[in-house]
Design a protein around this ligand. Structure first.
Ligand code: URA
Length: 242
């Protein structure tokens, strides 16, 4: 949608519309490399490049917060050098650039947040905030009481013990469904923890992040967080040991 140049400049926080008109007249504004002095000039936000005194300006982005139910087979990066599908392909009709908050392995499914709010993303993934993540792991065999106790106490991975985990068996069997709550985000942490006690993970799904859960969201679908949920996340990160 076209927009008058002075209005666009005001929206970029450059100056009021009236001041912006003066700046246009004074030859301080370029659009796509050309100085514009005519009044009534219009630009297409997101397409035209607007410069003020040689510096590119752009309007502040609306923050966007998405909760995705990630399927397996998608990588959690913005771009994959091996050409594998990325989670961003699942949120294609969102017209701002969002980034995943933390990471799920390609073979893990479940709850993944995506946002363009860098501050919230940073704080939610910083270990000192100890944001709880709940997983349902299907593991081979039935873990022993001793094995579960090891997970609860912490297991040495890469020479460093994991923080205590909450672990409970939901459904024992040839393959056992186990609920695990951790607040760290070390590489392939849940898989490596179970491998260490001799019960490799067969499949893994994240079902919760802090108070957020998947609800009725289908695999591959996403929804916007509500304003209340965003506020609650901000309250959590401002209250925790920061
Ligand atoms: N732990 C893992 O092993 N994988 C994930 O994707 C998340 C946590």
């Amino acid at each position: 949608m076209e927009e008058r140049l002075q209005k666009y400049l005001a929206r970029c926080g450059v100056a009021s519309r009236r001041k912006a008109e003066e700046m246009i007249r004074a030859g301080r504004i370029k659009v796509n490399g050309q100085t514009v002095t005519a009044m009534g000039f219009t630009v297409i936000p997101g397409e035209d490049q607007v410069e003020v005194d040689g510096k590119i300006v752009s309007p502040p982005e609306q923050p966007v917060y998405l909760l995705l139910n990630k399927p397996t087979g998608y990588v959690t990066t913005a771009r994959d050098e091996r050409g594998r599908p990325t989670v961003l392909e699942l949120v294609k009709n969102i017209d701002v650039r969002v980034y995943p908050v933390g990471r799920l392995d390609m073979d893990t499914e479940g709850l993944l947040l995506l946002t363009n709010d860098g501050l919230l993303a940073y704080k939610l993934t910083h270990p000192k905030h100890e944001i709880e993540k709940t997983y349902h792991a299907t593991v081979r065999g039935i873990p022993t009481r001793k094995g579960l106790e090891q997970l609860r106490q912490g297991i040495v991975l890469d020479g460093r013990k994991t923080a205590p985990a909450k672990v409970r068996i939901l459904k024992p069997g040839k393959e056992t469904l186990v609920e695990v709550v951790i607040h760290e985000g070390r590489n392939r942490q849940v898989r490596r923890m179970f491998a260490e006690i001799g019960h490799p993970v067969v499949s893994l799904r994240r079902i919760k992040l802090a108070f957020l859960d998947l609800g009725e969201l289908k695999i591959g679908a996403y929804r916007h967080l509500t304003a209340g949920e965003v506020n609650r996340l901000y309250r959590i990160i401002s209250k925790s040991k920061a």
